[in-house]
Design a protein. Sequence first.
Lengths: 52, 243
Amino acid sequence: MYSALWRVLPGNLWIKVAILTAGVIVVVTLLMMFVFPAVDAAISVREVTVDQ
Amino acid sequence: MLKPGTLSRVMGVVGELLITFGVIVLLFLAWQLWINNAVVKGQQQAASSSLTKEWADAEDFTATALPEEDFGPAPAFGGVAAGAQFATIYIPRLGADSTRVVKNGVELPTVLNHGYFGHYPDTQWPGQPGNFALAVHRTNWGSPFGDAPQFQLGDKIYVETEDGYYTYVFRNYEFVLPTAVDVLLPVPGTNQSPGEQSIITITTCNPLLGDAERMIVYGVLDSWRPRSAGPPAEMAKTQKVNS
C-alpha cells in the first residue's frame, strides 16, 4: 500500500518526502480537529455528576 | 486458490492498515492526554480573563486589592439562565493557572467537556443560604482538578461574579456513589434548613481516570468583597487584566 503510494508520487526523493510530509500534516490536523473530538464524545464518557 | 504472491501482497496491505490504525490510536491518546488538555486549558484561561475584564469595564473600575476588610454578609447572586456563564472560580491549591469559567448546567458535551465548571441548576447560587453545587472533570478536558486530593483545611476557593468576590474555604471531602444526590441538598446529607450558611459543593469523578464513585469537595463561605473593593490579594495576582 505505502510502497505503491511511494511509486506513484512524482518527482525525486525530496519532492516525494515533501508531499508526504504535507499529507501527514493535513491528515493529523483533520484527525485532531474533527475525528478525535467526535470519537472522544462517543467513547470516553466519564461521568462526574451525581444523578439528579 | 490465490497465488502465493497475491496472498502476501494482501497480507502486506492488511499489516500496513493495522500499523496505521495503531499509530492513529496512539495519536488519539496523545491528543486526549496532552493536546486537547492544553487547548481547552488555554481557552478557559482566555475566557475567564475576558469575563473578568468585561465585568471590570462595566464598572469602569481599576482594581486595587485592599487589605482584609469585612464587607458584611454576602448578597445572594441573582442567577442566570440555563447554559449561561456567570462566574469564574480560582483555587490557589490547584495552581496559579487553575482559573476556570462556571456555566449554569452540568451537561457533558456542552459544558463539562469544554473545561467549564458546571452549576447544578436546581441548587443555590453564591452567597445564597444553602448549597452552591458544581461539577467538574477531574482530569483531561482541560481540568485542573487532578490535584484536588491535595486540599488542606482552610484552602481558599475564590468565586468571582459580576457583583464581586466570594471566598469559600475548604472544609472536607466525601466519597460517595454516583447516586448520592443528597450531597446537593441545601445542607449536604441532611434535610435541615441551612439557616444563614452558604456551602460550596464540587463533585468530580473517583477514582482517578474512572467514574465508579464521586469525590465531593465541600467548602463554606467565609467572606465577600464587592467588586468596588477589588479582588482578594491572592486572586488579584492572577488577574493581570486589572492591574
